[in-house]
Design a protein around this ligand. Structure first.
Ligand code: MG
Length: 175
């Protein structure tokens, strides 16, 4: 088996994220009326804003088609949103072509097997703490925090701190 190269975090320009189990804790609440709801974490939301402020872009590739996801993505100004992707690789490849990026320039965060092809290709593959074992084994990094509890924020801070961008972003808060 080929030895996986060490991730070059300085090359990462885009964050590609799954939603259920990554932005959320993976549960979906269904009411008696049949409406579904998802819970998103505020720390993740601010993390996405910091990521954009650092000059980077973000994308969602979700297996589910969800209005809540579309609304949250809109609130956070996530540039690329692909939903209802029963297979994620075609969506990933067209996203890269559209953005003009190579696989080594993206970080992918996932929790389940659908995300595995993306994690195996991404320059920085991340499994959340609640991910299935297969994903954790393929990942360059496994978060300490679970999906819905700040895992996305943890990844963003990890990359921005490792590449020396964090301190500059903090200047506006240290007044
Ligand atoms: Mg998922």
């Amino acid at each position: 088996m080929a030895v996986k190269r060490k991730p070059d975090l300085a090359a990462i320009k885009m964050l590609v994220m799954d939603v259920d189990g990554v932005f959320t804790d993976g549960t979906i609440a269904i009411s008696d009326e049949g409406t579904q709801s998802r819970r998103f974490n505020y720390l993740d939301g601010h993390g996405i804003r910091l990521w954009h402020r650092a000059g980077f872009s973000s994308a969602i590739i979700s297996g589910k088609d969800s209005r809540a996801t579309a609304i949250r993505a809109g609130q956070l100004e996530i540039q690329h949103v692909a939903m209802g992707c029963t297979k994620k690789l075609p969506a990933f490849e067209s996203l890269l072509a559209e953005a003009g990026l190579g696989t080594e320039q993206v970080a992918c965060i996932g929790d389940d097997l659908l995300d595995l092809p993306l994690l195996r290709r991404a320059g920085f593959g991340v499994a959340v703490a609640n991910a299935v074992d297969e994903l954790k084994e393929a990942a360059d990094y496994v978060t300490k925090l679970a999906g819905g509890s700040g895992a996305v924020r943890e990844v963003i801070e990890h990359i921005l701190k490792a590449t020396g961008k964090w301190d500059q972003l903090m200047e506006r808060y240290l007044v």
